[in-house]
Structure formats: structure tokens, C-alpha cells
Design a protein around this ligand. Structure first.
Ligand code: ATP
Ligand code: MG
Length: 258
């Protein structure tokens, strides 16, 4: 059987007195988008930090069947574990294309790029493809100062895709995007998944997560409290109470689906 592209098993992370993540197991099968939802402070970003090697954790992480638990973040990235950051940082003096080129883990191409300040054609194609994957290839030569908040987020996502990852963890990619941009991003992510790009998708926009994901995992206080199809999660009373908080929120969600 094909192993999951990402398997994180029994992950626990403690920050001093705070147990941020407790024994969480999550798998992303090939070509699927797995959603990770939960209230603020539930441990979602910490789990991604543990998976990508930015914080120490108990448990094991495998990428395409390979144990990466002891590897540093850059080594995990080289194996194909990509991520975006909740707060996207762009280099303000570099163009959009140059910002995306930073995500290409190819030292020789990057060195050449820095020396000549001319994008090699191979990189140009990869950068264009990465920008195109989130629908912003027209911004290739733009400067970050010219971008909306939503477009800045999309550049951060394109940078992750430019590294040709096997799997990408997206931490709140729709935060800062307007309704139309969020909808468009959902369609683009679905398209990428169908072309074989698996993802772990964190977001607070439930409609966006349910629309894009094959499977959803819900965390609260560092624990998995439910998982299943978007349909099953939507019908799960405990999730509704823990996460959506009230029947009013549920009604609002119901309204949004009509
Ligand atoms: N570097 C840190 N040092 C100490 N505690 C931290 C650190 N980062 C996160 N925490 C704590 O760990 C818990 C989980 O935080 P985390 O940022 O992973 O939650 P989250 O689910 O991503 O929340 P949000 O939806 O607000 O992004 C919280 O109690 C948070 O205060
Ligand atoms: Mg977070």
C-alpha cells in the first residue's frame, strides 16, 4: 500500500508549563487535502512547527515513508516538506518573482541569480508556474509594496510551491483574503490536489476548509477531538459546540452554504 505522504504520529509539544500539543496523530494520503481546525491557541501552528522541525517534540514524523523525526527543518524541506507561515514575511526590496525564488532550494541557481540579478530561464518557468498555481502570475515583476494583504499571502504560498514540495502545510492561507479571493484560492488548492499535491490546511474560515478538504481533523487544547469528512465534522455536535461555539454560529454557517 502507498504510505501517506505525511504521517505525524503521537506528536506532543510542551512550552514550559503549557502542553500545546498532546499525542496528536495525523496523516495526509497522496493527493488529498487534510484540514486542521480548532479555536485560537488549540495548537495548530505548533503541530506544523513540530512536523516541519521548528520545535522539539515527542513522537515521529514520516514523509513518504521516510522517518524525518531527527532532521533539521532545512533537511525536511529538501525531502519535500513545504510550509507557509501564519504571518507572511516578504523581502520588501525584492520583486514578487525574487521573493518566490527564495523558495527554490537550489543553491547553484540561487547563487547565480544573486550574482547576475537575472533570473535563469529554468527558474523563470518555475516561478511563473508557482505564481500561476495561486493565480497571480501577472504580479511577477511587482514590488511587495504594491500588493494587497491577500496578494502578499498568495506570494507566500507561491514561494512554498516553488520549492516543488511533496506536501505543503498551509497555515491560515485565507487570513487577510477577501471572500472572492478565498473562494478562488479554495478552487486553486483543489486543482493542485487533483494534480497530485497533498496539503495540510489550517484555517479559521470553516467554509473554505470544508469546501477544499477531503478530511478534517479538529483540535482543542492540543488534543484531537474529532475527525472525519467535512460532512461528518459539520454534523458533529461536539465540534459545533467547541469550535463554532453557539447555535448562532451554526445558523450563520448554514446560511452561508445556501
Ligand atoms: N513559542 C511559544 N512559547 C510558549 N508558548 C507558546 C509558544 N507558541 C505557542 N504557545 C502556546 O501554545 C499553545 C498553542 O498555540 P498555537 O499557536 O500552536 O495555536 P494555534 O492553534 O495555531 O492558534 P491560532 O488559531 O491563534 O493561530 C497556546 O497556548 C500558545 O499560547
Ligand atoms: Mg496558529
Amino acid at each position: 500500500m502507498t504510505p501517506p505522504v505525511l504521517a505525524a504520529r503521537g506528536i506532543s509539544v510542551r512550552y514550559g508549563g503549557v502542553q500545546a500539543v498532546s499525542d496528536v496523530t495525523i496523516e495526509v494520503p497522496p493527493g488529498q487535502i487534510v484540514g486542521l481546525i480548532g479555536p485560537n491557541g488549540a495548537g495548530k501552528t505548533t503541530l506544523v512547527d513540530a512536523i516541519t522541525g521548528f520545535v522539539k517534540c515527542d513522537g515521529a514524523v514520516e514523509v513518504a515513508g521516510r522517518d524525518v523525526t531527527r532532521l533539521k527543518p532545512h533537511a525536511r524541506a529538501r525531502i519535500g516538506l513545504g510550509r507557509t507561515w501564519q504571518a507572511v514575511e516578504l523581502f520588501e526590496d525584492l520583486t514578487v518573482a525574487e521573493n518566490v525564488a527564495v523558495g527554490i532550494d537550489d543553491a547553484s541557481a540561487w547563487d547565480k541569480f544573486k550574482e547576475l540579478f537575472v533570473t535563469p530561464s529554468l527558474d523563470r518557468a518555475r516561478i511563473t508556474e508557482a505564481l500561476n498555481s495561486v493565480g497571480i502570475d501577472h504580479l511577477y515583476d511587482a514590488m511587495p509594496t504594491e500588493l494587497s494583504e491577500g496578494q502578499r499571502k498568495l506570494v507566500g504560498i507561491a514561494r512554498a510551491f516553488a520549492g516543488s514540495p511533496r506536501i505543503v502545510c498551509l497555515d491560515e492561507p485565507a487570513a487577510g483574503l477577501d471572500t472572492a479571493e478565498t473562494r478562488e484560492l479554495g478552487l486553486q488548492l483543489r486543482g493542485l490536489a487533483e494534480q497530485g499535491m497533498p496539503m495540510l490546511l489550517i484555517d479559521h474560515d470553516i467554509g473554505f476548509v470544508f469546501g477544499a478538504c477531503d478530511h478534517v481533523v479538529v483540535v482543542e487544547f492540543g488534543h484531537v477531538i474529532a475527525e472525519g469528512s467535512p460532512h461528518e465534522i459539520y454534523a458533529n455536535q461536539r465540534v459545533i459546540e467547541a469550535y463554532l461555539g453557539s447555535s448562532a454560529a451554526r445558523d450563520e454557517h448554514e446560511e452561508g452554504r445556501r
